[in-house]
Design a protein around this ligand. Structure first.
Ligand SMILES: [Zn+2]
Ligand SMILES: [Zn+2]
Length: 388
């Protein structure tokens, strides 16, 4: 029975010594194995994982490697468990933890910064200068679930209390997995971008971050919010999440459409979530002078960028890595107040044992899948549940 020294547990939440965990072998190869249930240290809790959403970045890691960095290198054949968009129930408290209670439902941010570098002290813990320094004899305290340390495609995981976001009883497990996605969009627009009510926003690319970027921008009071993309069904969801206008770039020129829809002027912000080769140059032409472009997608190729236009027009261009500055807490506040319905992007749920099927749905967009969730309990094996 699980009873590590200094760790508080409860008979209401019995914890086994071993758990099921998916482990990454060669690229694309996942195997269900048994792992020891990890033990929370100081300022950490053990979370029983109740639901995990699959992210495009998980697919990158599982099939190609980066941006995961395990022991300073590729994640393959290192007994590594991917998965980072998870939520669950606190079931054990590390020494000294009184901020959370056993039985409390939480969703988790991905990054725990070292807490001592310049960026961590600025609240930019996703840009921690000790990123990935947590192997061998080195332990700077930095953790990124499913990127530099084991993630959530398993039954239990340890998390620093700084990464926890308490969620209300009314919020479903599936919705809770989306809090960090919304928090990432929020961090890009508000904490890093400085968006205030009444400013205009274009979101390019209706993937999960783009769609929740629309929702966050609208909930923040942006006007107008314009979404561009290639798939009408996703653009329709964007409209339901608050887009004032949608532009199918297969049918009309995105830059011209944006200028027309915003009274002939460019917009104040572009949140670039498409990763398309021409996306940055189009964004440069979509923003007004002094406007800001937030880059939130990982393009595969290097592309030439029109630097002269950036300089001439005093444009701010910045990348974001994940969530930061506790933006996730503010996203959760929006969601628990039902300022937008993030579950519109959740399309499928599978049991944890069926992770390979769930990954196929996410990767090949089977049945127009957007966010696919896996759950360790409450979903009968071999049966997917289509979201309503
Ligand atoms: Zn993600
Ligand atoms: Zn740091």
């Amino acid at each position: 029975m699980y009873a590590p020294a200094g760790v508080k547990t409860s008979k209401d939440y019995p914890i086994p010594d071993a758990m099921k965990a998916w482990v990454l072998g060669d690229p694309g190869q996942l195997t269900l194995k048994e792992k020891t249930v990890p033990v929370p240290k100081k300022a950490e809790v053990l979370v029983r994982i109740d639901a995990v959403a699959i992210c495009a970045t998980d697919l990158e890691i599982i099939y190609h490697g980066p941006p995961a960095s395990i022991q300073g290198g590729f994640a393959f054949n290192k007994n590594f468990t991917p998965g980072h968009e998870y939520m669950g129930t606190v079931v054990a408290l590390g020494p000294g933890v009184d901020e959370y209670k056993i039985g409390q439902r939480v969703t988790v941010e991905i990054h725990a910064g070292c807490g001592q570098c310049k960026r961590c002290r600025q609240g930019m813990y996703t840009s921690c200068h000790n990123y990935g320094l947590n192997y061998g004899d080195v332990d700077k305290g930095h953790r990124a679930n499913g990127f530099t340390t084991d993630g959530g495609f398993c039954e239990y995981q340890v998390n620093n209390i700084n990464t926890l976001v308490a969620i209300p009883d009314e919020m479903s497990d599936e919705e809770a997995t989306l809090v960090v996605t919304a928090g990432t969009a929020m961090y890009g627009l508000t904490e890093l971008g400085g968006l205030v009510a009444g400013e205009s926003v274009v979101v390019t690319g209706p993937g999960p971050i783009g769609l929740l970027g629309v929702a966050v921008a609208k909930a923040m009071g942006a006007q107008p919010v314009i979404l561009t993309g290639t798939r009408d069904n996703r653009l329709d969801i964007g409209r339901e999440l608050g887009a004032d206008h949608v532009v199918n770039v297969r049918k009309e020129d995105a830059v011209e459409a944006v200028r027309r829809l915003n009274g002939g002027r460019g917009v104040d912000y572009v949140l670039e979530c498409s990763g398309a080769p021409n996306a940055v140059n189009e964004a440069i032409r979509m923003v007004n002078r002094g406007g800001k472009i937030c880059l939130a997608a990982f393009p595969h190729e290097e592309t030439p960028v029109n630097v002269a236009d950036i300089v001439r027009n005093n444009i701010y261009l910045y990348g974001i890595r994940g969530e930061g500055k506790s933006a996730t807490h503010r996203a959760e506040a929006f969601m628990s107040q039902k300022r937008f319905d993030a579950t519109k992007i959740h399309t499928h749920t599978f049991p944890l044992d069926d992770l390979p099927t769930a990954i196929r749905y996410a990767k090949d967009r089977v049945e127009d899948a957007i966010k696919v969730v896996v759950k360790a309990r409450g979903v009968s094996a071999a049966h997917k549940v289509a979201a309503e």
